[in-house]
Design a protein around this ligand. Structure first.
Ligand SMILES: Nc1nc2c(ncn2[C@@H]2O[C@H](COP(=O)(O)OP(=O)(O)O)[C@@H](O)[C@H]2O)c(=O)[nH]1
Ligand SMILES: [Mg+2]
Ligand SMILES: [Zn+2]
Length: 346
């Protein structure tokens, strides 16, 4: 002990200061993780993050858009990043706007397993947006075609983040019977399915009605019509939309970053760029099983409580029998098997 104290006394002032800083930083981080950050005093003005750039963010503040930087102390807490939907406290330093604090997030939507109890994104977590009331999984009938597999992966991420999902089939002007069958799978699961066409302006009123008063986010592949739907909500046509490239059948990436729009006083939507891949390999197989909610009611009917409904023989597995008898949709079951195999082989 004495030895340690002596060693301490040999430290230069600079080193001592550095140590102090690190100590404070850890203390700050700890506070930041388990409390709502600062209660806002009347002087503080709340803003909402619209879009983030490398080290500044566009913030809607007092009904105008401003560019603001994060304070250094906040930088170290939240990994230099705020995201669209974040509620922030703005202070003014001479002519510059500073994001001096960040309000506790209701939830975060991430492309992989999210941990909304933490302020900072962990190293592998890729946050798209925060504070979301409802996520609209936008799919289209054709160019690109409807992929149930993609919907299933999004449903897992959304359940994990505690975000209500709805499905919006856009380009309904091109709908076929097989699209209708896919939509039925999700209607049976109790998920709201809306159908829209921005081309013929159908279903937009219903979408507006459903999203009114909420902070929504449009997610889905590139080219399905997320930006076109955002335009329709805003009653404008100046957000860049992309024609689907004929060669690849995939949309050109015209939306490059997620962006928040208020389409009426109390309703907003975040338009996102097309996301090619969702990484759910960090989930455990048991978590995935629990997110296929239609299996839950049958779990007790399988011979073993911990049945994973994959390698067990059909006589022992009620879920497999339900698939055989068409009570559980085959494409949902196939998605489940594909996902747990991916986890096993990662
Ligand atoms: N047929 C049809 N095409 C649409 C509809 N909505 C959007 N599109 C077209 O789909 C392409 C991609 O739209 P965009 O909004 O950029 O998709 P995003 O990548 O999801 O934002 C554009 O060429 C749009 O004109 C629709 O309801 N019907
Ligand atoms: Mg777009
Ligand atoms: Zn089983």
């Amino acid at each position: 002990m004495a030895h340690l104290e002596r060693y301490d006394s040999f430290q230069t002032n600079k080193a001592k200061k550095k140590k102090e800083l690190v100590k404070n930083n850890i203390k700050n981080k700890k506070n930041a993780y388990d409390s709502t950050f600062i209660t806002t005093s009347k002087k503080d003005i709340n803003g909402i993050v619209i879009e983030t750039n490398y080290n500044t963010a566009t913030v809607l503040y007092n009904d105008t858009l401003i560019q603001a930087e994060l304070t250094k102390s906040l930088n170290s807490i939240c990994n230099k990043t705020v995201f669209p939907g974040d509620k922030v406290v703005i202070t003014k330093d001479k002519d510059n706007y500073i994001i001096s604090n960040l309000l506790k997030r209701k939830n975060v939507l991430s492309r992989n397993k999210a941990d909304s109890t933490r302020l900072a994104a962990n190293l592998t977590e890729q946050i798209i947006a925060t504070n979301i009331d409802v996520a609209v999984i936008v799919v289209s009938c054709s160019t690109p075609p409807l992929h149930p597999k993609f919907i299933d992966r999004y449903l897992i991420l959304l359940q994990n983040s505690n975000i209500e999902p709805i499905i919006c089939l856009n380009k309904s002007d091109l709908k076929t019977e097989s699209d209708e069958k896919v939509l039925d799978i999700y209607r049976k699961l109790g998920i709201i399915v809306l159908e829209t066409s921005t081309l013929s302006n159908t279903g937009i009123d219903k979408l507006k009605e459903y999203l009114n008063g909420k902070q929504a986010i449009f997610v889905g592949h590139s080219g399905v019509g997320k930006s076109s739907l955002t335009n329709a909500l805003l009653d404008v046509d100046d957000i860049k939309t992309g024609n689907v490239s004929h060669k690849s059948g995939k949309g050109r990436h015209t939306t490059t970053s997620s962006k928040y729009y208020n389409w009426n006083e109390k309703s907003s939507v975040i338009d996102t760029p097309g996301i090619r891949s969702l990484d759910i390999s960090d989930f455990s197989k048991e978590e995935i099983k629990s997110y296929f909610t239609e299996f839950n009611q049958l779990n007790n009917s399988c011979k073993y409580n911990d049945c994973m409904h994959d390698k067990e023989p059909i006589e022992q597995c009620a879920v497999k029998r339900a698939v055989e008898e068409d009570f559980i949709d085959k494409s949902r079951y196939d998605s489940y098997i594909r996902i747990i195999n991916d986890i096993e082989n990662k």
